[in-house]
Design a protein around this ligand. Structure first.
Ligand code: COA
Length: 247
């Protein structure tokens, strides 16, 4: 079972939020999790946050679980927003086109997500030190140190095997050849200072996905939604009103 927070609205538009590797629903700022004018559903993937289970072994595996969840939300119009691994899941579901999506938003993500070997091996051999390193690479220069330590505590509360499996799933994700078949309105958000999924990954998505819009947030790192909530929320709200509207 997937645990989620629901922030209700009287409209028929659902914004479904999928976090990244080792994360939880709390990796989205309050202004997104309680965005007015849409029903927001902030998910904990299996094995993360309050969701039971062992986590997924591949992006496709996670996509199956998210697909079952979003199917249950129809007839609402669904916007799927994913961060990093969550963005890979959103791309996979947009390509499958089994469950109709009104739009997707890809935040700090890419069509290929190779992972540095020091992360992959370190998460199993030296979890705490590797989480420290992942945190160093996850934030831009302006990030609030309190935010960094909160995110670090969240990673440390995740099972090392689950976090490793997430990064391993990312490492094997590669749809560079097929991502151009995505045919729904797509928002791409990059952090100018993102070291894990640099803006060039967003550029590639924007060049290949026909109905896309790419926005780069200056000074933000990989955790751009938490680092720059007002800018990030404005970008998402603008995309929803222009591309999807709300009813
Ligand atoms: N979109 C567009 N281009 C991409 C891409 C994407 N999603 N992923 C890789 N590429 C490009 C790279 O820019 C590179 O191009 P270049 O040769 O012109 O510089 C090429 O494809 C090969 O890169 P990559 O697939 O990353 O393999 P690599 O063996 O060169 O590097 C890593 C492997 C892990 C060292 C490198 O990917 C890296 O530093 N990653 C960032 C850190 C990380 O671990 N991120 C986690 C993401 S969840």
């Amino acid at each position: 079972m997937i645990y989620y927070d629901h922030s209700p609205s009287s409209t028929h538009t659902a914004l479904v939020l999928i976090h990244g590797s080792g994360g939880s629903r709390l990796h989205w700022p309050d202004s997104i999790r309680h965005m007015p004018g849409v029903n927001t559903y902030a998910l904990d993937l299996p094995g993360h946050g309050h969701s039971a289970g062992r986590g997924g072994s591949s992006v496709g595996d996670y996509a199956d679980g998210v697909d079952a969840f979003i199917s249950s939300l129809i007839p609402q119009r669904i916007i799927l927003m994913g961060h990093s691994l969550g963005g890979a899941i959103a791309q996979k579901l947009a390509l499958r086109a089994r469950t109709p999506l009104a739009a997707i938003a890809l935040v700090g993500s890419g069509a290929r997500l190779r992972v540095h070997p020091d992360i992959l091996t370190g998460l199993l051999s030296n979890f705490e030190q590797t989480v420290e390193m992942v945190c160093r690479w996850s934030f831009g220069p302006e990030a609030d140190p309190i935010l960094v330590s909160e995110v670090k505590a969240g990673f440390l509360a995740t099972e090392p095997a689950v976090m490793h499996a997430d990064f391993h799933a990312c490492h094997r994700f590669d749809i560079l050849e097929t991502v151009g078949r995505i045919d729904v309105p797509t928002l791409i958000v990059s952090g100018a200072a993102d070291r894990l999924t640099p803006p060039k990954y967003g550029d590639f998505l924007a060049r290949n996905i026909k109905k896309s819009r790419h926005v780069i947030i200056e000074g933000a790192g990989h955790m751009m939604a938490l680092e720059k909530p007002p800018e990030f929320t404005r970008i998402v709200a603008d995309f929803i009103s222009k591309s999807v509207g709300s009813r």
